[in-house]
Design a protein around this ligand. Structure first.
Ligand code: DX5
Ligand code: ZN
Length: 220
């Protein structure tokens, strides 16, 4: 099994000192920085917009893994690309033309991801999997950190990972929600290549970040 990449979700960082926290989690060994964007419409919570992404950009050279939970989706793609997103992930339910949205992200020179809610089947990927760089399997219903991992999503991860390998595609399989060292192990065994973690990455404050990340990776 390959070592997974760790993408800490800054939803669990200290919003009053976000820049310092992004820097600290980067220095602690984060591979990517996961940015959860929520609009109070597609999901029942509101977080941050492109202005904050832009302000955070100088604090880390790591890829910004931007998870858009907003609808309509197409209106804001350019703004997040300009703000410094490297990967832009969208939900199929957030707009009427998923294929067009993916083409737009790629046209902006960014990597494109598609995120599946717990009840959304892997079948949604049938006609786009070879167009994208990442699949984000939600292992909680999106909207909040600190929720319990939904174990049925392991089957979905496995099905997608098998398809990616059978078709020889270069697609990351990322999992998001309720990831701790134990569910991380299960997700990686099922074929996940990138782990998002909010609570488990940021718990205990900056002096714990390095150990938190190592535990999620399964090191030590
Ligand atoms: C949920 C977000 C997640 C969330 C994960 O809507 O997409 O990224 O912050 O948080 P934990 O790891 O606490 O479940
Ligand atoms: Zn997320």
């Amino acid at each position: 099994m390959d070592r997974p990449l760790i993408s800490p979700s800054i939803l669990s960082a200290d919003f009053a000192r976000l820049g310092e926290d992004v820097r600290a989690i980067d220095e602690a060994g984060a591979d990517w920085i996961h940015v959860d964007v929520m609009d109070g419409h597609f999901v029942p919570n509101i977080t941050i917009g492109p202005g904050v992404v832009k302000a955070l950009r100088p604090h880390s050279q790591k890829p910004f893994d931007v998870h858009l939970m907003i609808s309509p989706i197409d209106l804001f793609l350019d703004a997040f690309a300009e703000a410094g997103a490297d990967i832009i992930t969208v939900h199929p339910e957030a707009g009427p033309h998923l294929h067009r949205t993916i083409q737009r992200i790629k046209g902006l020179g960014k990597k494109a991801g598609v995120s599946l809610n717990p009840a959304t089947p892997a079948k949604m990927l049938d006609y786009v999997l070879d167009e994208i760089d990442l699949v984000l399997v939600m292992s909680v219903n999106p909207g909040f950190g600190g929720q319990k991992f939904i174990a049925s999503q392991l089957r979905k991860i496995e099905a997608i990972a098998n398809r990616v390998s059978k078709e020889g595609l270069e697609v990351q399989v990322e999992v998001d929600g309720g990831i701790d060292p134990e569910t991380a192990r299960q997700a990686v065994a099922a074929g996940a290549t990138v782990l998002v973690a909010g609570t488990a990455a940021f718990k205990g404050g900056p002096s714990h970040y390095q150990a938190n990340i190592q535990a999620l990776r399964g090191d030590g």
